[in-house]
Design a protein around this ligand. Structure first.
Ligand code: COA
Length: 179
């Protein structure tokens, strides 16, 4: 099995679209809230990189099977940003969501984000468990849980960590495209 976790670029839009459309109705509801049609996913992916977002994907044997998005809110990235995650059903409970959370937190830290918001439904025990594992403070309102993590400020190590992962991701992406 060939597995790569890296930032997505415009050339990955088709793979991101296919990944999100493979989510079953329950995963779509938990990720986007409400009924999520293929048309909604198309519209969402069309704007994905226009709105100040950093998106990561986990490629397994060339297909994206899990993704996470970091997006600025209140008009910019810092100090508040929002994170959202999606792992395809057959790939859940194998640590991909936690790996993505780790990368999102480093990226948020390097952008000077001091409050990272995650909104998930109260019944989403998996997401609540992961948020708790990474030290999120959770507050409950109207069937949704808002998780708030406070990343530390950027450090030389966190900047190096992102740089090294980006460099590896670039090599892998070029390799994937040429294949
Ligand atoms: C939530 C989601 C992102 C988690 O990703 P994942 O790859 O399955 O998560 P991981 O495998 O990294 O971790 C799952 C953790 O939850 C735990 N878990 C699984 N089922 C659980 C349950 N019913 N109650 C509590 N914890 C549970 C696992 O034991 C594991 O914990 P551990 O790492 O301490 O062993 C993924 O399941 C998903 O995409 N769900 C649908 C969409 C969604 O809910 N998105 C989040 C909204 S932003």
């Amino acid at each position: 099995m060939n597995k790569t976790l890296r930032k997505l670029w415009l050339g990955d839009l088709g793979a991101l679209r296919a990944h999100l459309k493979r989510l079953d109705p329950e995963a779509r509801r938990l990720r986007f809230g409400g009924v999520t049609t293929d048309d909604f996913i198309d519209a969402y992916v069309d704007t994905a990189f226009r709105l100040d977002a950093t998106i990561f994907g986990v490629f397994i044997d060339g297909e994206i099977r899990a993704s996470a998005e970091l997006r600025g809110i209140f008009g910019g990235m810092a100090p508040d940003a929002e994170a959202a995650f999606a792992v395809e059903g057959d790939w859940q409970d194998q640590g991909l969501g936690s790996e993505l959370m780790d990368r999102i937190l480093t990226t948020a830290q390097n952008r000077g984000v001091t409050r990272l918001h995650m909104i998930c439904l109260t019944e989403n025990a998996r997401m609540r468990h992961i948020a708790g594992k990474f030290g999120a403070r959770l507050s409950f309102a109207q069937g949704e849980v808002a998780g708030e993590v406070t990343p530390a400020g950027p450090t030389p190590m966190s900047l190096l960590d992102e740089f090294v992962h980006d460099a590896q991701g670039f090599v892998t992406a070029v390799f994937d495209w040429r294949r």
